[in-house]
Ligand binder design. Sequence first.
Ligand code: IPE
Ligand code: IPE
Ligand code: MG
Length: 238
Amino acid sequence: MECKLKVPVHVSIIMDGNGRWAEQRGKERFYGHSEGVESVRACTAAAEKEGVKYLSLFAFSEENWNRPENEVSSLMELMLDSLQQECRDLCKNGVRLLILGNRSRLSDRLNSVIDNVVAKTSGNTGITLIIFMSYSGKWDILQAAKKFAEDYAGGLGSELSQMETGGFDKYLVTSGIPDPDLIIRTSGEERMSNYLLWQGAYSELLFVDTLWPDFREAEFHKALVEYSKRDRRYGNHK
Ligand code: IPE
Ligand code: IPE
Ligand code: MG
């Protein structure tokens, strides 16, 4: 018997395994990345249907810039094309899109398409879809620390000494977004790869063997079933 489904507010996914998925089929890695876009669509619809409020996806890490130039440029092209193609459906489905990460490393063209799609979907009231692009957890903490230092450069000593961790959250790029309840990583790898290091402090972690292009509605539902069995204690006990 299935236990009652506990629906997380925020589900986050490290979308991994596109290259292996393509290689298993004797194809170029790009084929896997492109098929992965289908999984993004499927999981967004599944998350919305299940009642998840925020779905965040790790699409490209700061470390991924070190990949061969042709892979990086095809991933950037894919992002650009997908954003342009999806804008209409995102609006039709009430999806609010956010793109978070080190935007200064993205091309002007990609940045302007991002600005356009984000603006067009900003009034949507359905699920919030967050794509982490050129993101890393350490980068995020460092950029937050820099903004923080600027704010406190003039003194404010007593305020600073009373500050709690929640006061630092607003400097992160995820300001205003609840921390992920569940972080899923596909493809069998069991590591964070510099993802949401601060925000994931108390996330439930789920590692599944499925490669990202095969991770669709049924796998998403299975992940929520697994999450429902977890007992979140936050350092306390019953
Ligand atoms: C995830 O798939 C997509 C990105 C990191 C951009 P990979 O490209 O890492 O696929 P594998 O891990 O090599 O199979
Ligand atoms: C993590 O996957 C980054 C994304 C999914 C965007 P990688 O494939 O880059 O991670 P490592 O290198 O195996 O840790
Ligand atoms: Mg990988």
